[in-house]
Design a protein around this ligand. Structure first.
Ligand code: ATP
Ligand code: MG
Length: 473
């Protein structure tokens, strides 16, 4: 479909034509049914009138020629009546000429005949019939009277057809004549209804490339409103994407400046070193610097991907206990190196599933364990618990590290916020990412001190899916 306007005009016209033709055809059909008996009735009336008129044989014979003469004068006599409408008079003449008759006496001799009756005396069937005389088809009605006289009434077939079809032919012509103005009318009203779409498209066309404000739906027809709403929602997502990308670029530029400057210093120092041992020390530092820069980029990317406005439509059913076990296994070697005991509760709800984003949930667990290991002293314990409550799952990571002072437990969720005096390196993005992921899964996160000791207890609650099947569908 190249043009809605053309499509609508063409199809509406086809529809109108189809409907009117159907009406004409049905009219034609029902017209035949009602007009034919009327025409036949006229023939019967005429036959019986003639019979009544020519009762007496002697009278009939005597007056037959008079009848002939009078009938022959019908058309001229009619002209003497006042008629304004010439077309009507013409039609009347044509009709008068139509019904013809012949009267035969009991010996078969022609007594009377209308002037244009068929010349050949072909035997007509009794009652109604059809006969062809000199290639002209006639509808006939033959009456045999008590005096054994035969009265035959003739009605030309083409006239009957003309009467039956005339009205319909005119209707068809009128309909055909109305098509062009109807098409024009349709074209105008459809064009008017499409004006608002044209306005909306012009508005989009004239926009600056960075103008992602919503298009106004004020004068838009209701049928088009959902389309504009979708475009607006797309604009909204694009706007968030632009913001996210530009924030990522600004953050990356800012956060990578320091490690790159440090790397450059290490490289310069390495260049001035003489012994292989000194150079190796510098290269180790460069290596650590590269790792840190890598980590910063990773965290920034994760942050960007888990922002609340990201429409994470890759939601699936995630087996929570498997995610927890997998991340613990990945951190076990690091913990082991520092003699930190990593443990997981016994009665793990193995069937725990939540409707979410598996990579994001791994990232969440990863950051919590990374913090717990990084900020805990050697030879301590970290205990992870996963429990199922009535309508939520509870994940806890408890360590024996320094904990976070009560006053800072909200602030550590801010981007780039790090507790002053923290010895370990980091970007200050981990807990912000965790917070975003928890929000994405409509959960909650709290930080607490550990009863009877130092350490941090991180508690994440994630809602259990209400109806798993509905979500999967
Ligand atoms: N388990 C913990 N024990 C003590 N302090 C913590 C713990 N977890 C986080 N913190 C404090 O909160 C701050 C913010 O943590 P966050 O995870 O957001 O950033 P980071 O660990 O510094 O950097 P990143 O996680 O990006 O490597 C940390 O710098 C640290 O001071
Ligand atoms: Mg961290």
């Amino acid at each position: 479909m190249r043009s809605i306007r053309q499509f609508l005009v063409a199809n509406l016209l086809i529809g109108v034509l189809f409907a009117t033709n159907l009406a004409i055809l049905s009219n034609l059909y029902f017209g035949y049914k009602t007009i034919r008996p009327h025409l036949d009735a006229q023939m019967v009336i005429m036959a019986y009138s003639l019979d009544a008129f020519l009762q007496d044989e002697a009278y009939a014979t005597k007056h037959a020629s008079g009848v002939n003469a009078r009938v022959a004068h019908f058309s001229t006599a009619i002209q003497s009546f006042p008629y304004d409408d010439q077309a009507y008079l013409d039609e009347l003449h044509r009709s008068l000429d139509n019904i013809q008759f012949k009267v035969f006496n009991h010996r078969g001799q022609l007594l009377a005949s209308s002037p244009n009756a068929p010349k050949l005396n072909r035997a007509a069937p009794m009652g109604f019939g059809t006969t062809t005389i000199h290639q002209e088809k006639w509808r006939t009605f033959q009456l045999v009277t008590k005096k054994n006289r035969r009265i035959v009434i003739y009605h030309p077939h083409h006239t009957r057809l003309y009467i039956e079809e005339n009205a319909n032919t005119k209707a068809i012509i009128i309909i055909l004549l109305t098509i062009p103005p109807l098409g024009l009318f349709l074209w105008i009203i459809i064009s008017r209804s499409l004006v608002s779409i044209g306005q909306a498209s012009r508005e989009i066309k004239q926009r600056a490339h960075n103008n992602l404000n919503p298009i106004s739906t004020d004068n838009i027809p209701v049928e088009i409103k959902p389309l504009i709403a979708e475009i607006n929602s797309l604009f909204d997502r694009l706007h968030s994407n632009f913001l996210r990308e530009s924030r990522f670029a600004a953050d990356a530029a800012h956060e990578l400046k320091t490690p790159l400057a440090a790397l450059k210093t290490h490289v310069q120092v390495a260049q001035s070193m003489r012994t292989a041992k000194e150079i190796k020390t510098c290269l180790d530092k460069i290596n650590q610097g590269v790792d840190r820069a890598n980590h910063t980029i990773d965290q920034l990317l994760t942050l960007s991907r888990t922002m609340p406005d990201v429409h994470m439509n890759a939601h699936t059913l995630v087996p929570l206990s498997q995610v927890v076990k997998q991340v613990i296994a990945e951190h076990a070697p690091t913990a082991l190196k520092r003699d930190i005991a990593l443990s997981l509760n016994d009665q793990l709800p193995e069937d725990a599933v939540i409707f979410g984003h598996d990579i994001a949930l791994q990232t969440l667990m990863n950051n919590l364990l990374d913090n717990a290991i990084r900020y805990s002293p050697d030879q301590t314990e970290i205990h992870v618990t996963l429990m199922a409550d009535h309508d939520e799952y509870i994940l806890e990571v408890v360590d024996q590290g320094p904990g976070i002072p009560q006053a800072l437990r909200e602030r550590v969720f801010e981007r780039f916020y790090r507790v002053i005096g923290t010895q370990q390196t980091g970007t200050g993005l981990g807990l912000n990412i965790v917070h975003q992921i928890v929000a994405l899964h409509k959960g909650r996160i709290t930080l607490d001190s550990v009863d009877g000791g130092t350490g941090l207890k991180v508690r994440v609650t994630l809602p259990r899916p209400q109806d798993i099947h509905t979500h999967i569908d």
